[in-house]
Design a protein around this ligand. Structure first.
Ligand SMILES: Nc1ncnc2c1ncn2[C@@H]1O[C@H](COP(=O)(O)OP(=O)(O)O)[C@@H](O)[C@H]1O
Ligand SMILES: Nc1ccn([C@H]2C[C@H](O)[C@@H](COP(=O)(O)OP(=O)(O)O)O2)c(=O)n1
Length: 230
């Protein structure tokens, strides 16, 4: 593959997109773009500014003017809003519960998709490559990416992973409490993006039976295989 290399990864909640993408970017010395962080940042900003998330036009205006700073270092992917570190604030249950209202706003999607295309080009140039992850990167934002992967896992595996990640346990009660953050959100998000079936030319990787290192190795293998075919 000729640098700059673009690797696009999509998948449902808890499939491992963020953590696997960061490890893969680190392995290749590439930059990292978490597009979900952008939808989350718009949501947080609106909540803080008192902007009604159902007021489509007001949320689009917020997305356009968002004072957002994203760091592309995969080992320290900073997220700043107006200079404030919001990396933790965007992952609270409060934001997770509301983010689909922003992600299903088609005006917001058009604004963020444009910003994401620009960021992918800039980061890829700076680092010699980029791993960008989300829901529509392989299909809408970067359909011409050098490598496109749909990362999936069974609902059971994804619920257990998210439950362990957020609460340190995957007992039945905790998994049940995580349902809204994973299953309901995916159902809402899938009304505007297709991330359950691999589009033409997109490699499907089911990680249900893999551990984290196995998932990372599998993605690295797909990238290396794509290189060999060139
Ligand atoms: N086989 C696996 N592949 C990827 N992630 C895994 C795996 N097993 C456990 N995890 C963990 O699952 C959690 C959710 O992963 P994350 O990258 O946040 O997913 P996503 O970005 O798709 O929502 C993380 O804590 C991750 O380390
Ligand atoms: N390219 C993208 C990325 C995220 N989204 C939406 C879907 C999700 O509900 C939110 C947050 O995305 P994020 O990747 O952080 O979600 P996870 O919690 O990792 O599953 O944004 C999107 O619609 N399109």
């Amino acid at each position: 593959m000729v640098a700059p290399v673009v690797i696009a990864i999509d998948g449902p909640s808890g499939s491992g997109k963020s953590s696997v993408s960061r490890a893969v970017a680190t392995h290749f010395g590439f930059g990292y773009l978490d597009t979900g962080a952008m939808y989350r940042a718009v949501t947080l900003w609106c909540l803080r500014q008192g902007i009604d998330l159902t007021d489509a036009g007001a949320v689009v205006a917020a997305a356009k003017d968002l004072p957002l700073g994203l760091g592309a270092d995969p080992q320290d992917p900073t997220v700043e809003l107006d200079g404030d570190d919001i990396a933790e604030a965007i992952r609270t249950s409060e934001v997770s519960a509301e983010v689909s209202k922003v992600a299903t706003n088609l005006g917001v999607r058009a604004v963020l998709q444009e910003q994401q295309r620009d960021l992918i080009a800039i980061i890829a140039d700076d680092f010699g490559g980029v791993v960008a992850e989300g829901r529509d990167i392989t299909t809408v934002v970067a359909p011409d990416a050098d490598v496109r992967i749909l990362l999936t896992a069974s609902e059971e595996a994804r619920l257990a992973r998210r439950s362990t990640q957020l609460h340190g346990t995957a007992d039945a009660a905790t998994v049940a409490a995580t349902h809204d953050e994973v299953v309901r959100r995916d159902r809402d998000d899938s009304t505007v993006s297709q991330f359950t079936v691999a589009a033409d030319g997109v490699v499907l990787l089911d990680t249900s039976a893999l551990d984290f290192d196995g998932s990372v190795a599998a993605v690295i293998g797909i990238v290396e295989h794509a290189e060999e075919r060139e």
